[in-house]
Design a protein around this ligand. Sequence first.
Ligand code: GCB
Length: 599
Amino acid sequence: MRILLFFVLLQNFAYAQQITIQNSKNRQITHLNGDWNYIIDPYETGYYSFHLDEYDKKSDFQMGAFFNNYHSANKNNLIEYDFDKSPKMRIPNDWNTQDEKLFYYEGTVWFKKSFDYTLAKHKRLFLNFAAVNYQADVYLNGKKLGTHVGGFTSFCFEISTVIKEKDNYLVVKVDNKRLKDAVPTTNTDWWNYGGLTREVSLMEVADAFIEDYSIQLDKKNNTTIAGYIKVNTPTTGQPISISIPALKKIITDTLGPTGILNFSIHTGMGAIQYWSPKNPKLYEIIIDYNGETIKDRIGFRTIETNAATILLNGAPIFLKGISIHEENATGGRGKTIEDAKRLLSWAKELGCNYVRLAHYPHNENTIRLADELGLLVWEEIPVYWTINFKNPATYHNAENQLNEMIDRDKNRASVIIWSMANETPLSDERTFFIKNLIKYTKSKDSTRLVSAALLTQYSNGVNSINDPLGEDLDLIAFNQYLGWYGGNLEDAETIKWTSKYNKPLIVSEFGGDAKQGLHGDKKERWTEEYQAYLYIQNLKMIDKMPHLAGLSPWILVDFRSPRRLLPGIQDGYNRKGLISNKGIKKKAFWVLNKYYLKK
Ligand code: GCB
């Protein structure tokens, strides 16, 4: 144990330089979206100097390497690449659906973007990536800025001293190779979309600037809004203010040497309209510091549990949900606000008040839209199936992704659940690993519920939920596939369920595949009728479960998965969607819709 902790601390150190800048979308931003040159490099030739014959990361700055500035390279040397003549790809985007050669590709692609930028005096500049799958090594003007690991969270590097007025040469090596010790591991059930999958931007800030803030309803007093504002490189005594115009509140203070302002805003009884799916009220928040004004839209609500009930703003709520993968209309990684609207509007049409965003942090667009639409959100990190629970570096990687997810979305009222994992087989190492993640999450954010999608145990005709993680989780969630991976749909009403924990229970997955347009008997697999019948029977069973507090069937839309090989039916898609990948609703959509309308 001690050795594990030692490694964790050591690793933490290696990751510590990066910061998360809160609300990066609403700052002074210059997008670097658009055309980027790219070179596909399965042999990692970009790391070689042509006169080095050994892979050696220390040779990063040797002549001939892709990340060197071509224009300044010694023209007498042999150079066997040319970024300027290489093809271009629109960024943000996954590479798999942009170039046929890259559809199944897993490995390294180098990206290059040239740009000019004039940085005003006394200003600082950050280069921000909203997500790169999976590992990014970033170079600007021949200097390595750093490395980021994890495909679904944002990160940035300060480039104030590296930026030039003209002809900046930005190179990003992106590698999406699946690795046994990574998070996720080699085995998943979704497409491993590689590339600069979310926006890339430059963010200009003042020399001292607002780095982070948390603004929420006080857990213990629902007429008080409380939190902190953290300034990067503060000047002691400088004024800072936070205001909520609709509540006619403003707090003005001066900063101490820590650069952190803790505040409480007291409102009168009945002054705050609490955020909820029925009334997703968001308040404009304005923070002023050192000549900068930051605006955000934040909702105020409480979320807690009482025995087996979930309470939103003190009142019981049943989570009518659906699971969602982040894919767009043509089968690539979703990235635009339109992609987010397409998915969340379908969830609303289905009658949902809740979405499970599986199995990794989705785009910030999606979470912000959920805030606007009044959809409660489950967010998850890709601790999925059989990641290497024994490796301290894997733990650290998972914790880092968790940290970045919470940092980005901690001000979103829609997010009520942080999920630690999905379907992780029982073992001591796994339980230790996930219990540590839970502890970490609670120390970072005590205002939300913590859960994980568990597996169930079956013996003597009874399904039970007795996973030891249940002791530490606020919500017990589990996946089960009656009528698809096992069990008989006819038995649905007689199957017994027990839970060891007097806590709310969520069925985080159930479902079965149907090829949209394929019709037949309700007992014929792959037909829409079979899927509809599976929903009818599963819903009957679920309704009888003790402590039931919600569900998020699998899944809203068919999604690409390399594991799904059945010709003519799956063709590379998991067909458990209630909607086909072409956007056509299947019969089961209406079964669930009817159930939610009645609930
Ligand atoms: C599961 C997984 C999900 C899969 C699904 C399936 O239990 O959590 O990622 O896609 O089953 O379709 O098998």
